[in-house]
Design a protein around this ligand. Structure first.
Ligand code: URA
Length: 235
């Protein structure tokens, strides 16, 4: 590969501006200044540096939304050999990892990326990003119980922050709740519902901030679109 093309690939500068850097004697290959424009390098073997600093190709950043099925583990490896979320993402060479986690028996929206900085921001408690869940719970929470869920309820010795809770449907024995929380504590929704004696039978995450699961089928994934990316970057 031509040196200036490789430099552009590394995000040093455009090809033309890279040629200027070469002319100026700022570029070294394997420690030797190179001034010839046609220099060809082997990206796997040669070390290119600009002003003494080694340059490397920029990694493509990928942002993926998965509709995680029940029974799949949100980790990179499972000691018991169960299927993990990254097993479901085929055809992506980048080493992606999940942003936050969903319990194995929870389904729905899971974000995966290789953008460590953004992943860190999105999971930081100070960001207060809301996550929306649909929960099938036993029984029908009464007014007082709904208020407790909304205003904060003690789980693991600490009161949860305010939540939005709506009853969508009641089947007699069970009800469907829409629950929005801003924290991401371990098994939080299940523990909240348990605390008011309406255990969760089924749980699905349908939104993460502005990202909506929409019609994405269980087990399927897609790249985020530009609008979605802008929305999570602006958080
Ligand atoms: N709350 C839970 O209880 N489980 C999840 O997987 C996510 C939120």
């Amino acid at each position: 590969m031509r040196l200036q093309k490789y430099m552009a690939l590394c995000g040093v500068a455009s090809r033309r501006a890279s040629e200027e850097l070469i002319k100026n004697g700022q570029v070294q290959v394997n420690g030797k200044v190179v001034l010839e424009m046609g220099t060809v390098i082997d990206p796997d073997k040669d070390r290119v540096s600009v002003d003494g600093k080694t340059v490397k190709p920029e990694k493509r950043k990928v942002y993926i939304m998965l509709n995680k099925p029940v029974g799949i583990v949100t980790s990179l490896k499972d000691e018991k050999g169960r299927t993990v979320v990254t097993d479901l993402i085929e055809g992506v060479d980048e080493r992606i990892y999940p942003v936050g986690r969903l319990d194995s028996d929870t389904s729905g929206l899971l974000l995966l990326t290789n953008d460590g900085e953004l992943a860190f921001k999105l999971t930081h408690p100070s960001k207060r990003i809301f996550k929306k869940y649909i929960a099938i719970v036993e029984g029908l929470p009464n007014k007082g119980e709904l208020e407790r869920l909304r205003n904060g309820i003690k789980i693991d010795g600490r009161v949860t922050s305010k939540a939005k809770v709506k009853v969508l449907k009641n089947f007699g024995e069970d009800s469907i709740l829409e629950i929005e929380i801003f924290e991401g504590r371990n098994r939080q929704v299940k523990k909240m519902c348990e605390a008011v004696n309406h255990p969760v039978k089924k749980l699905k995450r349908v939104a993460f901030g502005e990202l909506q699961l929409g019609g994405l089928e269980s087990g399927n994934w897609r790249y985020l679109n530009d609008e979605e990316l802008a929305s999570i970057r602006s958080l």
